[in-house]
Design a protein around this ligand. Structure first.
Ligand code: OGA
Ligand code: MN
Length: 198
């Protein structure tokens, strides 16, 4: 995995938005998609909130994705494999960039057709523990016509439009960049999370 870790960190340093096209392998991605479908069937994916625990509101005019938090002590093999990759990435990042990350949180995310997330930043106003945002996409054969692009805004250049393609991971500083998710025209799945200092 070190090549992917390097790729993500190098592109982050050069352009503020790290990307690796091969962070989550096909087999793991397929297993995580199965989990999302099972959670959807069971009705445990919930309309996402905005704001931190003390200021939690549902605002479907701002976002309409559905989420479910991963548990640190999960006994699901795919989740264990995913969280193990994240733990190794955090160790690599701390060792090479002195970032001091000591916690993380990740949720499954499903955008059903028509869902979106309006322009926002990822750090809460009353809590700055989220240092880096990381989104891992799980969608086979995503086409531009499927919508659902991650749009990232920059002060010094044009906005970036990123397709949520299977295996791709995006990594950026949580307090730095405004971004949004364009309306998805087919189900759009990911595992989204934050590397934190608590
Ligand atoms: C988020 C977010 C982007 C994406 O969940 O905060 O900005 O591409 N997600 O899913
Ligand atoms: Mn965000």
């Amino acid at each position: 995995m070190e090549a992917q870790f390097e790729e993500l960190i190098e592109s982050f340093i050069t352009g503020k938005v790290g990307q690796s096209g091969t962070f989550i392998n096909q087999q793991l991605s397929a297993a995580l998609v199965q989990n999302i479908m099972a959670h959807k069937e069971r009705g445990v994916l919930k309309t996402a909130g905005i704001g931190s625990a003390t200021q939690h509101t549902h605002a479907t005019s701002i976002r309409s994705d559905k989420t479910l938090w991963l548990k640190e002590d999960t006994d699901n093999d795919a989740e264990k494999e995913f969280l193990d990759i994240i733990a190794r990435f955090i160790a690599y990042l701390n060792r090479t960039c002195y970032t001091g990350i000591n916690a993380c949180e990740f949720h499954y995310t499903l955008y059903e057709p028509g869902a979106f997330y309006a322009r926002h930043k990822d750090q809460f106003r009353n809590n700055n523990s989220r240092k880096f945002s990381m989104i891992n996409y799980l969608n086979d054969n995503w086409m531009a016509a499927d919508g659902g692009q991650l749009i990232i805004y920059h002060d010094d250049r044009d906005a970036q439009h990123i397709l949520p393609e299977n295996g791709k991971t995006v990594f950026f500083q949580s307090d730095a960049l405004d971004h949004e998710v364009a309306v998805a025209h087919r189900p759009r799945m990911s595992i989204t999370g934050w590397l934190k200092k608590v």
